[in-house]
Design a protein around this ligand. Structure first.
Ligand SMILES: O=C(O)[C@H](O)COP(=O)(O)O
Length: 247
């Protein structure tokens, strides 16, 4: 049996301000740092250890990993970064307040933009100053690979090659793997691992900074999965994420 641990980054400045973030590279808040440290302490106290970590190219996930590994005294572990683990691109919604957007367009529309499998939010104009196309961290991507918006289906399509080519082989080789990622890049991975339907994925919300453990069989099929920590606190945190998009 293999064990894989996934963690969504701790609270970011734009989580606190309730803004759509996507590929915008915002910092952790002091609470977000504390959540990452607490996750590391919890992992350590429960006897977890890792050989390799994966994260996105965004600082909220990277710093979550750093603080988590620091609390485990494992800052020396190898870390692989990939844009494929980035948050889902939120298109023209990036920077807007979620509750105000719901006031303007209605809760139902915002739920579709946040959680539907195949309806993307409105796209960014390529000339929009918020576009990430000129960001040097994406310079090696093929033209058109830097999104202007993404639905979850698009995110699944770019996360899975990284799972298949980097993360899954590392797990199969016996390395103990920690992945620090984002709400929707984790939803993409969880959808794939648990075989969640396109309709049911609408109801899945991932809380910040709480380790999610997968026990996997020899074919990397989940035997079971569970969050570490208090189940009621986890459920409340997931419900709070769901409520962010309400007017
Ligand atoms: O990009 C964002 O705004 C968040 O990290 C995830 O947002 P969501 O829960 O609204 O999809």
């Amino acid at each position: 049996m293999y064990k894989l641990v996934l963690i969504r980054h701790g609270e970011s400045t734009w989580n606190l301000e309730n803004r759509f973030t996507g590929w915008t590279d915002v910092e952790l808040t002091p609470k977000g740092i504390a959540q990452a440290q607490e996750a590391g302490r919890l992992l350590r106290s429960e006897g977890y250890d890792f050989d390799l970590a994966f994260t996105s190219v965004l600082k909220r996930a990277t710093h979550t990993l750093w603080h988590c590994l620091d609390a485990m005294d494992r800052t020396w572990l190898p870390v692989q970064h990939s844009w494929r683990l980035n948050e889902r691109h939120y298109g023209a919604l990036q920077g807007l307040n979620k509750a105000e957007t719901a006031k303007q367009y209605g809760d139902e529309q915002v739920l579709v933009w946040r959680r539907s499998y195949d309806t993307p939010p409105p796209a960014l104009d390529p000339q929009d100053p918020r576009s990430e196309a000129a960001d040097p961290r994406y310079a090696r991507l093929a033209p058109g690979q830097v999104p202007l918006t993404e639905c979850l289906k698009d995110t699944v399509a770019r996360v899975l090659p990284y799972w298949n080519e980097a993360i899954a082989p590392a797990i199969r080789s016996g390395q103990r793997v920690l992945v620090s990622a984002h709400g929707n890049s984790m939803r993409a991975l969880v959808k794939y691992l648990d075989g969640i339907s396109d309709d049911a994925i609408v109801g899945l919300n991932i809380p910040n900074g709480i380790p999610l453990v997968y026990e996997l069989d020899a074919d990397l099929k989940p035997l079971r999965s569970y969050y570490l920590g208090d189940a009621q606190a986890v459920a409340q945190a997931a419900a709070a994420v769901a409520a962010q998009g309400k007017a």
